[in-house]
Unconditional design. Structure first.
Length: 176
C-alpha cells in the first residue's frame, strides 16, 4: 500500500511515483514530515478562507499526528509547486479500510487547497487527477472529497461533479 522512496528533484523529496512536471507547476507525492513547517502557511491561508467562518479556535494542526499516520501508511500528501519550488497547493488523504465494505481501501480527503493565484488555471484538476491515479495504484477503491461552501468557501460541487464525484452527504459540526 505504501509508496517506496524513489527520487529527489531540486531538493524537494518526491517519492513513490514520478512527479508530473507541467512546466508551470510540478505535482508529486511528498512526506508531510519533510515539509511540516513549509505547509503551515498554505494551511493558514486555507483556514482563513474556510474554517474561521465556523470555528472560534485558532488553527493548530497536529502535524505530529499527520506524520505518525503517514509513518503508519494511513496518510498521503500530494503537493503542487510552482517552477521555483514554492508550495502552491496540497491534497491530503487519510487511508483506511471501509467500515461499509470489508477489505475495501478508501481515501478520505482532509484538505484540498490551491492558492488563489493558481485557481482557474487547471492546476486543481491536475492535482486531483494525479492523486486519484496514484491512489488507485495503491489499491484505493473509494475516494471521498469535501466541500467547504456551506461555511463560506467557494463551492466545489461543479468542479467535483465534473471530476466524476457524487454528492452523498452534507456534514454538520457543532463546537462544544
Amino acid at each position: 500500500m505504501s509508496p517506496q522512496p524513489a527520487e529527489q528533484i531540486e531538493e524537494i523529496k518526491y517519492f513513490g511515483f514520478p512527479p508530473l512536471d507541467a512546466g508551470t507547476h510540478v505535482i508529486g507525492l511528498e512526506s508531510i514530515n519533510n515539509i511540516k513547517n513549509e505547509i503551515r502557511a498554505v494551511h493558514q491561508e486555507h483556514w482563513d478562507e474556510t474554517e474561521v467562518l465556523y470555528l472560534e479556535r485558532p488553527m493548530d494542526p497536529d502535524y505530529d499526528l499527520f506524520c505518525a499516520k503517514e509513518a503508519e501508511r494511513q496518510f498521503v500528501l500530494f503537493t503542487v509547486r510552482d517552477p521555483d519550488g514554492n508550495l502552491i497547493g496540497n491534497l491530503g488523504y487519510f487511508l483506511g479500510l471501509s467500515t461499509h465494505h470489508p477489505g475495501m481501501l478508501q481515501a478520505k480527503e482532509d484538505f484540498f487547497f490551491v492558492t488563489k493565484e493558481y485557481r482557474k488555471t487547471g492546476v486543481a484538476s491536475e492535482l486531483l487527477q494525479y492523486a486519484e491515479k496514484h491512489l488507485i495504484e495503491l489499491g484505493v477503491k473509494l475516494i471521498g472529497m469535501s466541500d467547504k461552501s456551506p461555511c463560506g468557501g467557494k463551492s466545489l460541487e461543479p468542479f467535483l461533479t465534473r471530476e466524476g464525484y457524487k454528492k452523498v452527504a452534507i456534514a454538520y459540526v457543532k463546537e462544544v
